[in-house]
Design a protein around this ligand. Structure first.
Ligand code: ATP
Ligand code: MG
Length: 470
């Protein structure tokens, strides 16, 4: 139903984003009263507010894809459908937890800790809390707290929700963003890795992410790290003078994380560094081989990237990142990895897990177009005041049958109402004037062809319904 309408290019808002100049008067400085008085805000409507830096609104007419409610609904519906087909169940955890949960899991070499990305606060009991920067710690905490590890494993969870990171705002990087993520907990079976990676790919494809490539690496198990990390560290120490300061610090805490540096000098040093592939333990090498075989069998396009590490310290074995050529500098749409020590680290049993998080905003940015979405089905045009209530009744009857309808509430004339029918992208206009009222009919106009048909409504809405559904 409904006229074709590309929701990705539809935006018609005239207003800019958070960084656009303020419209209207800037807030006047508060008037200072007599000594000892609190500042009094300027009276009247001269105060104007902006949303916090690094945030955005979803609103009718939003320009960016992630500012449009219809696209949010589209992504979430597609994702939920695919997740359901893979037997993942929803987990919802609070948007804040104790700082320690995030700091401990992300690790001291992570961006979240090193770059001080967390939004933190103290509650009234003086406990240090943080808005969640990512979904995994809360989901794993919940899995342990509610003894889900006692169920048949794996327990396959998904979440959808806002994440908070105090970062410099850029395109595709916000201080509040939304992730759809999964955690498959309680097993280290490499075929679960295949499922999780292919699931990420399937969601991206369903949403329409363009030019996608999945990069894959294996960071090894403890045995691998014992062999590789000292070699890498020794190499980096020799070249410490060419590294950026963050990498110099990470060289000691977690030298693997230096691969994430965007610093040119560091990257040049790393291009000659020992590669992890040569140090993989037999278990890790076998794990990687099975994952690759599975991805090949499922037709997921991927590339091995031995320099791929992720921003969190807890990953072991498989890590992956899905990038889109349609994005600029922030080209990672979604990413994840296996964490075989995380569950036990947080007080649970010694079981493995793997997950991903994918940003809804970046998915939408990377999906420039997709199938036209239906917009409004029917707009009722009332050419006489007495036709308004009958039109409203018919609209109610159609809505009950799943047809989307709207009508004029602005007291517009005929011309204005047809214009409104156009603006809403309605597939049909249903027109009722004095003549139609006296005949017990309504005129149905196909808005794309202009064709009109008069149908009877004296016995209710069934003929109207049939015409519209035809
Ligand atoms: P980046 O390298 O871009 O900083 P990251 O390693 O911090 O990403 P993850 O922690 O793996 O990213 O988060 C998973 C996904 O969440 C990212 O691929 C991205 O789509 C999204 N994401 C992360 N941070 C932001 C942000 N500040 N704004 C918008 N989306 C984000
Ligand atoms: Mg980051």
């Amino acid at each position: 139903m409904g006229g074709p309408r590309n929701l990705f290019t539809q935006g018609d808002a005239a207003l800019g984003g958070r960084d656009a100049p303020l419209r209207g008067p800037r807030p006047r400085p508060a008037r200072l009263g007599a000594v000892g008085e609190q500042p009094v805000p300027a009276s009247g409507s001269s105060v104007s507010y902006k949303g916090p830096r690094g945030t955005y609104d979803v609103y009718p007419g939003g320009r960016e894809p992630h500012e449009r409610a219809a696209l949010w609904a589209f992504v979430e519906e597609r994702a939920r459908e695919i997740l359901g087909h893979h037997n993942y169940r929803e987990v919802r955890t609070p948007v804040f937890e104790e700082i320690e949960l995030f700091a401990r899991t992300a690790g001291e070499a992570s961006d979240i800790v090193v770059q001080k990305e967390m939004f933190t606060f103290r509650d009234k009991g003086d406990r240090e809390m943080a808005l969640r920067p990512e979904g995994t710690p809360g989901a794993v905490r919940s899995y342990i707290e509610h003894n889900l590890f006692k169920l048949a494993q794996p327990v396959k969870l998904f979440y959808v929700g806002p994440m908070f990171r105090q970062e410099r705002q850029q395109k595709g990087r916000y201080r509040q963003h939304t992730q759809i993520g999964v955690e498959a907990l309680g097993t280290s079976d490499p075929l679960v890795d295949v499922e999780v990676i292919s699931l990420l790919y399937a969601i991206h494809q369903a949403v329409g992410v363009k030019e996608e490539v999945v990069y894959l690496n294996n960071l090894g198990d403890l045995e691998t790290r014992r062999a590789y990390v000292p070699e890498l560290r020794a190499y980096l120490r020799k070249h410490a003078g060419d590294l950026d300061p963050d990498s110099v610090a990470r060289m000691e805490t977690n030298p693997l994380r230096t691969f994430d540096s965007k610093h040119e000098g560091t990257q040049a040093v790393l291009s000659e560094a020992p590669k992890i592939g040569a140090y993989l333990s037999p278990d890790a090498a076998e794990h990687l081989a099975v994952v690759r075989e599975g991805l090949d069998a499922l037709g997921v396009p991927y590339e091995l990237d031995e320099q791929l590490v992720r921003g969190l310290d807890y990953y072991t074995m498989t890590v992956f990142e899905a990038k889109s050529g349609a994005l600029g500098a922030q080209d990672t749409v979604g990413a994840g990895g296996r964490y075989n020590a995380l569950i036990s680290d947080l007080g649970g049993p010694d079981l493995g897990g793997i997950g991903f998080g994918t940003g809804v905003e970046r998915m939408l940015l990377a999906a420039a177009s997709y199938e036209s979405e239906p917009s409004l089905d029917v707009f009722f045009v009332a050419l006489a005041p007495e036709a308004r209530v009958p039109a409203m009744r018919l609209a109610g009857a159609l809505r009950a049958e799943g047809i989307s309808c709207d009508l004029d509430y602005g007291g517009r004339g005929a011309k204005g109402q047809f214009k409104q029918a156009d603006r809403t992208g309605a597939a049909y206009a249903a027109i009722m004037g004095e003549d139609e009222l006296s005949r017990g009919t309504i005129k149905v106009r196909d808005m794309s062809s202009g064709e009109e048909r008069e149908v009877s409504v004296s016995d209710g809405s069934s003929e109207l319904l049939r015409t519209i559904k035809a």
